[in-house]
Design a protein around this ligand. Sequence first.
Ligand code: PLP
Length: 395
Amino acid sequence: MITPNTHYADLKESYLFYNIAQKTKAYLEEHPEKHLYRMGIGDVSLPLCDAVITALHEAVDDQADKERFHGYMPECGDPGLREILAAHYAKRGIHLSPDEVFVSSGASDELGDILDLFDRSSSALVIEPAYPAYVDANVMAGRKIVHLPAGKENGFLPEPDENAKADILYICSPNNPTGAVFNREQLQRWIDFANANGSVILFDAAYEAFIEDETLPHSIFELEGARTCAIEICSLSKTAGFTGTRLGYTVIPSDLVRAGMKFNEMWVRNRTTKTNGVSYILQKGGAAVFTPEGHQQIMENIRFYKENAAILMEALDQLGIWYCGGKNAPYIWMECPDGMGSWELFDYLLKEIQVVGTPGEGFGACGEGYFRFSTFGNREDTIEAARRLKELFVK
Ligand code: PLP
């Protein structure tokens, strides 16, 4: 009889968003007249910008024209888009060959698929609280997972140490859920640690476009030594509203070599075997993000989310509640007031002021006692949620 991948039985029930949905549904059934202020979702609320929409329409028309029609696209990405992406990095002083940038269907797909490059006996370090897919993708592969808890004492930005030794090191900066961002010195220490131990960093830069403090690194390749130890995974989901459209890119430098094997070449082999490339239409839409017009328009959308963040941060500042994130990230990670547990605060906010956030415990045990607000919601709800929070917690 066939043996399934029994590691799936080791996955913990993913109850976080299910529980939130159940609790809010039950509340609305009991109080149908109430409006919920949803500050929990990690999905964008603004539509794609005009430059992208125009490019998508043009690409659809191309597909209707015999001369301009595109069939299969190159598996690693359209060469023109790979050049555009390399030029985007060059603006930050990072010199990449277009062959080092791969077009993807988004960061989630890539974070899962990239694990094909590592032996199943390799171990993975996850800094917690963390985006849940890091742990689950490695549990499915039966890998040993090393959990490194972060906390308020280190601003949710832990340093590498003996307890952090693993083959694959996940670093997410700006972080989901904490919104914390590693500065150059802190990130350099992780790079040096990875190079010293022969580890590979999977650097998740899904939120880099939200960094406004220009001393903070947007890319791990801004730092010395990253080319020999890091893979960077990026996404247009939050940068440009592509959550439902799907497009991302991944950088694998040609200098990343372990046991004589080049990860860049392995990934080319992987992609050419396991994909037939990303849709022509989407790649054309994605290219428009990097035009001057597209860039200006996506930055306007990001500014809108940042104004939401400022509204929520102002409320927390006024209440004297500790938080991190918000400034260089679309998430605000706050300490639960009055020593409440994170689900306790969830229930309290739902019942008292109809504000919905995400309990920190859902991102790992050390997230207990914290709560995440997303700033991707609409303006009116954000203003009202902030007002209600102030009224509820004022001493
Ligand atoms: N990485 C992090 C840290 C995320 O928060 C998300 C989405 O919320 C992703 C990756 C996935 O992004 P994508 O939509 O590109 O799959």
